[in-house]
Structures are given as C-alpha cells and as structure tokens.
Design a protein around this ligand. Structure first.
Ligand code: GDP
Length: 424
C-alpha cells in the first residue's frame, strides 16, 4: 500500500516530523520531487537534523530510502548528507537512487544566481539551488539522467553540446565566465563515482515491493500553494508538490495510493515572494516567528526568517482538496498556547465580495483577509497524549478549523518529537 505525506500550504508545515513518525510502520520512503532547495527538520534520539535531499526515513534501520526519478538530484549534497548522518552515529541507511533521476549541474546553480541577480528587485526569492534551471533543462530535454553517467561516449559528446548552448547565455546575457567541456566531464566523472553504489531501477524495485505487500511512503516537499499548476504561479516551485504526482515521481501505479496525509500547521508561514493573505507584521509576527516551530520559524536551508500569518482556512481548504486528502495532520498547535485570542482567516474579500474559494493569482493579489477571532487556551499542551485531555478552547480551535476546511483532522501534533502526537 502506498501512503503520501504532503503539505497543504507554502511548505514548512512539519512534514518531516510526520514522515519520520509514519516511517516507523513503513518499509520504503520515497522522495518524489523537488531538490535541495527546501529542508525538513527532524528531531529524534540521534539529535537534530536538517535534511535537504535524504528522505526522512533514514533514521530507521528497517526502511529503504529512495530518491525517485522526479527529484532534482544534487549529488554532492546527497553525498555530504549521508556522511553527516553517519558521523552523528546513525546506522548506515539503505539508500537507492533512481537511474532515471536527473542531476543538478553546477551550472544550474550558477544560472539560478545569475538570473536572480539580473532580475534584481523583481527576483523570485529563489534559494539559488539551481532548481528552476534544472527543471527547465529537464523539460527542454537537455538534462542529464543518472544512467547517462555510465555511458562515456554519450557524455563526451553531450558536454560539448551543453557548453555550446549554455555559453551563449553566459557570454551575452549574464557576462560571466564560460563553461569548458573538459571541466564538465571531470565533474560528471566525480558524480558517477559518488552515486554508483546507490543507482537502481527504483520503479522495478517498488513494483516488486508492492507485490510483497510492503508499505511505501511518499514524502512531498513544500505544499499545494507552491505547485507549478495549482499554486500561486509564478511564485511557485518547479515540480509538482501534489500527492498524485508522487506516483509519477516515484514510478508507481496511481491507483496504489490509498492514504494522503496532508500536513497543515496551526498558523501560517511562507518563504519567498508572493501573495500571502493572512500575513502579519511587526511585533505580532516577530513573537510568533520566535516561538514557532522548534526554535523559531527560520528556513532550514537558508536560515532566513519566514513570513508569518494566521491560519488560513481558504488556502488550507483548497490545499487539502488538491492533494486528495484522506487525513489532515494538524501540527505545531502547542506554539499557540501563549495567545489570549487567536485570529483565523475564514474568507477573502476581493473587490468587495467575500469568498472561501482560493482564487487565481491576479485575484489573490487583491484579497484582504476576513478574520474571525477564537479564544486561546493559555496553557502548555505539550506532553498531552489524549484528545479529550486538551483544553476545551484548544479542541474548539481544532474543530472549528476542521469544519472550515472540510477534511478530517486525525492527528494533532503538540511538539517536535516523534512521540508528540495525538490521534483522534
Ligand atoms: P517541513 O519542511 O514541512 O518538514 O517543515 P519544517 O522542517 O520547517 O518543520 C517545521 C518545524 O516545526 C521543525 O523545526 C519541526 O521540528 C517543528 N515541529 C514539527 N511539528 C511540531 C509541533 O507539533 N510542535 C512544535 N513546537 N514544533 C514542531
């Protein structure tokens, strides 16, 4: 059976923790999209980890971790991550990398930087990890698949073509140093040697696992609102963040996906540019940012402060719908325990009309939040194990949001640890 853990919003909902928790009962965990541009933060008995490329299941010795074909594979980042977890005493994880995954090249990272530089104020707030140039090349059919690393003839010829094409832009658009085919070939040889032990026909591996009734967990990166089709285009990421895409990015039949756990955070945060209707500013935002997550709402990859806001029912209802949600995991509820009152965004006012349907970007830019204020619970709820033991106002908050979004909240997370979870 296949399950997915995905985000309803802008990312950073706490998917890493939920995946880490659900991985206890899984055999295989697969990353199916995205690259090293976002990170998951995981706290467990080995310590605190920020993973960018490795699936969150690497801390268990009963699981296999797969980098699926849909991922933007940064080979040195993967290599260093494996090294760093082993250094902290985690037993060597079983990792497989799809032979059809494509490789983030050093020039993708350069192009990402150069383009943001060129755009200046109009930039996307990219993490400059090369993800957009990578996916552009993938769909322009000039990317490098892992299997190509093992075809020397092809590589020798392809690096020349790549340099010809990239150097036009480097010279005339960006005015930067040019690429040399022999340097590129050398890099690709290094990549080949680093990745060789892990390469596998992962879709065949997963197919066999399904026949043996294994449990496969698909781990999404970012959330619905960053999906290139259904998100806040163009302030989106470059690969689909939706659970159904997980089947494509892993190479498994779509009808095998039986459970979609969509992670929603009890308040909102976002990174990068783009409309964020329930955003808050000033001291109010600073306090929530400081208290948020586990040690503050700062990017796991970049360390930059996240934009903060109240829970957005309009965005989350849409976010859950597009994922095909069967279960909502509602996270970081403990953080709200300091507030007397908690505003929640229940509608968008656009040109004088109120809607609860998430609009296209041009309308979203004009939306003003319609807020409803709920009473806070003013206590620390960490350590509580049973839903009935939560303060009444906390349960009311959860149940109000469940009704607004229209999907069942079956898990409530009240702390960063694996055991900080309340099942309903
Ligand atoms: P992801 O990218 O969706 O995995 O999200 P992040 O890595 O940004 O996770 C959000 C942060 O919240 C991490 O630092 C987690 O350790 C932390 N976290 C997750 N769930 C909870 C929770 O229920 N309570 C608290 N206080 N922190 C949590």
């Amino acid at each position: 059976m296949v399950k997915a853990v995905v985000g309803a919003n802008w990312g950073d909902e706490g998917k890493g923790k939920i995946t880490d928790m659900m991985a206890a009962d899984a055999d295989i965990i697969v990353r199916f999209q995205g690259g090293a541009n976002a990170g998951h933060t995981i706290v467990n008995n080995y310590g605190k980890f920020a993973l960018h490329t490795l699936p969150s299941g690497v801390f268990y010795n009963h699981t296999t971790s797969i980098i699926g074909n849909g991922v933007a594979l940064n080979i040195p980042v993967l290599f260093n991550e494996i090294k760093s977890i082993e250094e902290k005493g985690v037993p060597a994880p079983h990792i497989l990398v799809s032979d059809r995954a494509q490789i983030v090249m050093p020039y993708h990272i350069l192009f990402d930087q150069y383009e943001e530089e060129r755009l200046g104020k109009a930039s996307f707030g990219s993490t400059k990890s090369g993800i957009a140039p990578f996916y552009s090349d993938k769909y322009a059919k000039i990317g490098y698949q892992v299997q190509e690393l093992f075809d020397e003839e092809l590589l020798k010829e392809k690096v020349v073509r790549t340099c010809e094409q990239k150097n036009v832009l480097l010279e005339h658009l960006y005015h930067k140093p040019l690429l040399q085919p022999e340097d590129l070939l050398k890099t690709l040889h290094e990549y080949r040697d680093m990745i060789a032990p892990y390469v596998c026909d992962t879709s065949a591996y997963l197919w066999n696992a399904l026949k043996e009734n294994k449990t496969i967990l698909l781990e999404g990166q970012l959330g619905t609102l960053k999906d290139p089709d259904h998100g806040i285009y163009p302030m989106v990421t470059s690969s689909s963040t939706l659970a159904p895409y997980g089947c494509i990015g892993a190479g498994i039949p779509a009808q095998e996906l039986k459970q979609v756990v969509t992670v929603c955070k009890a308040y909102s945060s976002a990174v990068g540019a783009g409309a964020f209707v329930s955003e808050i500013f000033g001291d109010e935002a600073d306090e929530l940012r400081r208290r948020g997550g586990d040690g503050g709402e700062f990017g796991a990859t970049t360390g930059r402060p996240r934009r903060m806001g109240w829970f957005d029912c309009v965005a989350s209802k849409y976010g859950c719908r597009m994922q095909g949600t069967t279960d909502v995991a509602f996270t970081v509820v403990d953080v709200l325990g300091y507030l007397d009152e908690i505003p929640v965004c229940v509608g968008y006012e656009i040109d004088g009309e109120v809607t609860t349907d998430f609009p296209v970007t041009s309308k979203l830019e004009k939306a003003k939040p319609v807020l409803k204020t709920l009473p806070g619970w003013k206590t620390d709820i960490r350590g509580i194990k049973k839903y009935e033991d939560l303060p009444e106002n906390c349960r009311n908050y959860i149940e109000f949001i469940e009704k607004e979004i229209g999907f069942p909240i079956t898990m409530v997370s009240n702390g960063p640890g694996r055991e900080d979870i309340i099942y309903r």
